[in-house]
Design a binder for this molecule. Structure first.
Ligand SMILES: Nc1nc2c(ncn2[C@@H]2O[C@H](COP(=O)(O)OP(=O)(O)OP(=O)(O)O)[C@@H](O)[C@H]2O)c(=O)[nH]1
Length: 265
């Protein structure tokens, strides 16, 4: 759309023709901070702030996409950017940007109240979650969660006269599902897969308990992704998943890593 500034026409450069004959798969805005609402199993909903990426495809003949429209769309839905609005946001992106597919990625902190294992002291634990949605002819949605756990090395336990190396690990799970899954439920499942869950508040009696629990429950990085796979395969509402574990080794300068991906049916 042509506009005028100080009597001069403001050319819409983005609409000018590109002659290189190269279509672009994903173009748009990355790392936009915006408030969103996430469904919370205990409190109904939780307000948080997401880092949002929004992309569309661009046909070969256009020079550029219209970056401002992505943020205009976010602003339009600002009162309730939530899971049940993702499809309509993607559909608006396709329409306003004349695209045939649209992608929306959100990464946000999500807080869950957790009780320490012995003292039952309450605290909030932060988990990093992701929503990855896209719309071409069909809507696709992937829920992702990063769950920190403790892992204790079975080999180190076996070989050493006392002690065993242990560390904080991050398990990353991503799922596609046919029926809604609570973030809280997925966290519970993944936390069972390490040597011990991680807490934000532990009193002395809790510290003794989690140290001994991890020692009684040694896990290799391979054990962790296998344990997660057994559990995720048994959940009928999950249609696809990927699970990764990264152990930030306390005796090495590098991490140990394992990953499994499965499509069901
Ligand atoms: N396409 C594109 N735009 C960019 C880039 N970097 C900055 N922009 C700016 O993004 C701004 C917004 O572009 P548009 O959305 O087309 O703005 P507009 O023409 O006022 O909006 P519409 O009338 O809706 O098209 C422009 O000032 C661009 O220069 C880039 O790498 N690519």
């Amino acid at each position: 759309m042509e506009q005028k500034k100080e009597g001069k026409t403001l050319t819409d450069v983005q609409l000018t023709r590109d002659t290189r004959n190269i279509a672009i798969g994903k173009v748009g805005v990355k790392d936009v901070s915006y408030p969103i609402v996430v469904m919370d199993k205990n409190k109904k909903f939780q307000n948080t702030i997401a880092r949002i990426n929004m992309y569309v495809d661009l046909p070969h003949h256009f020079k550029g996409t219209h970056m401002s429209r992505f943020v205009e769309i976010l602003n339009k839905y600002r009162e309730d950017i939530a899971l049940d609005k993702l499809e309509v946001i993607l559909s608006t992106m396709k329409e306003k940007l004349g695209a045939s597919n649209a992608h929306l990625e959100m990464e946000f902190p999500y807080f869950v109240e957790k009780k320490a294992p012995v003292s039952r002291a309450k605290s909030l634990m932060e988990y990093t979650c992701t929503f990855s949605a896209s719309l071409s002819d069909q809507f696709d949605f992937v829920l992702g969660i990063k769950v920190p756990v403790t892992s204790l090395c079975p080999c180190s336990k076996e070989l050493s006269s006392y002690g065993a190396h242990n560390q904080r690990s991050i398990m990353t799970v991503q799922v596609r599902y046919s029926e809604f899954i609570w973030i809280e439920d997925l966290i519970d499942i993944i936390e069972e897969c390490g040597s011990s869950p991680v807490y934000s508040l532990l009193k002395r009696e809790d510290e003794k308990f989690v140290t001994e629990r991890a020692y009684e429950n040694p896990r290799f990085v391979e054990d962790m992704v296998r344990e997660a796979t057994v559990r995720l395969l048994s959940m009928g509402n999950i249609t696809w998943f990927s699970v990764e574990a990264e152990n930030f080794e306390s005796i090495h300068k590098h991490s140990a890593y394992a990953a499994i991906e499965r499509k069901k049916g």
